[in-house]
Design a protein around this ligand. Structure first.
Ligand SMILES: *Cc1c(COP(=O)(O)O)cnc(C)c1O
Length: 376
């Protein structure tokens, strides 16, 4: 006897307005690109597109790093790719924690057998460069500095240029999480001297989730080439992935790239070039200013001090007497509007309103303010 087929019809998602911490609204143009015919991943037309994605990513990362490509997996896989390749057992790594995602970096360092030195900052504050300098002074043998540029759990942006400069001064490499910053606020890998960076497709690039753009400097590659132990992950071992993504010589099968999602990323990146990176940063800032003015009018307070605030991720205190879950459920049911709940130490205390990528538009800001007014 066979198990009988379940009576389930095609899935029709509701139409939502996504103003949380990601995924962000995906423009129809990107969805259309993803619906184009699937071709083979070793088809010359596809490999040509892969090369274009690398070129486009170098532009959004502002880097000339040859090893710049999208990892087949969400931002978390990009994060692991950086850590498993760069951290060898016994390596001392200074890890900055000012929110949820810094905590994940620490977990990665431990699992790679690294020796973590933790620099803690308050949730909602940026990473303090003075504390990082002290950590290097106390640990001159530290080989790597890891920090989150844009902490999506709190809405704080750290001074990546200063942090990377401190690492350079001590001969250490830098791993930077720019999942939420890429495309929304300046990410200048080469100018800042960042050695390894990972991002995500579904935040300010407004593509669907599941791809993680990464970039590695020559210094980072040197460290990977000089490893004494093999990378413990077969899938993420850059020595192997390189044969697939490098574009030099014969392209060899490593894994099957997610063909159609990559069409989507290609389209998303083309859209960034059409708008221009600087125009995109300006648009995110302008929509943040409009949202902030509206929220101020409602007496709502921000979690992060003005100078460290991320325009694309607005963490606000839930007004007194408001039921967190009930209010967000009403926003979803009555307004089809998704905003983010608080994470970790901020759970139940804050909401996170995303203005990411295609979501950073005036109509979204106006709609969100109207919906909040109705619900509060
Ligand atoms: C969203 C996010 C991640 C994880 O990305 P996923 O695609 O969910 O795996 C990592 N770091 C930061 C700062 C993020 O905002």
């Amino acid at each position: 006897m066979l198990i009988s087929a379940p009576a389930i019809a095609s899935f029709q998602p509701p139409k939502r307005i996504l103003m949380g911490p990601g995924p962000s609204d995906v423009p129809q143009r990107i969805l259309d690109a993803m619906a184009r015919p699937t071709i083979g991943h070793l088809d010359p037309a596809f490999t040509d597109m892969m090369e274009q994605i690398k070129t486009l990513l170098r532009y959004v990362f502002q880097t000339e790093n040859k090893l710049t490509f999208p990892v087949s997996g969400p931002g978390s896989v990009g994060m692991e790719t950086c850590f498993v390749n760069l951290v060898e057992p016994g390596d001392k790594v200074i890890v900055c924690i000012n929110g949820v995602f810094g905590g994940r970096m620490l977990e990665n360092v431990k699992r790679c057998g690294g020796v973590p030195v933790v620099v803690n900052d308050d949730w909602g504050a940026p990473v303090d460069p003075n504390k990082v300098a002290e950590a290097f002074a106390a640990n001159p043998d530290a080989r790597i500095l890891a920090f989150v540029h844009a902490e999506t759990s709190t809405g704080a942006q750290s001074d990546a240029a200063s942090l990377a400069q401190i690492a350079r001064r001590h001969g250490a490499l830098t791993i930077m999480d720019c999942v939420t910053s890429l495309g929304g606020t300046p990410v200048l890998l080469d100018q800042w001297g960042i050695d390894a960076a990972y991002s995500g497709s579904q935040k300010c690039l407004s593509c669907t989730p599941g791809l993680s753009p990464v970039s590695f400097s020559e210094r980072a590659l040197d460290k990977i080439r000089q490893r004494k132990t093999p990378v413990q992950s077969w899938f993420m071992d850059l020595n192997l992935v390189l044969g697939y993504w490098s574009g030099e010589g014969k392209r060899t099968y490593h894994h099957t790239a997610p063909i159609n999602p990559l069409y989507g990323l290609h389209e998303a990146l083309v859209m960034v070039t059409e708008e221009g990176l600087e125009a995109s940063w300006t648009r995110h800032r302008a929509q943040h200013d409009a949202l902030r003015a509206g929220l101020a009018g409602m007496g709502i307070r921000f979690v992060v001090d003005e100078q460290a605030r991320l325009p694309q991720l607005n963490a606000i205190y839930i007004p007194d007497g408001v039921d967190d879950a009930a209010a967000r459920a009403r926003l979803l049911q009555e307004f089809n509007l998704e905003i983010g709940a608080g994470l970790g130490a901020l759970a139940g205390k804050v909401w996170r309103i995303g203005l990411m990528g295609y979501g950073a538009r005036k109509e979204n800001v106006d709609y969100c303010l109207k919906a909040l007014q109705a619900v509060l």
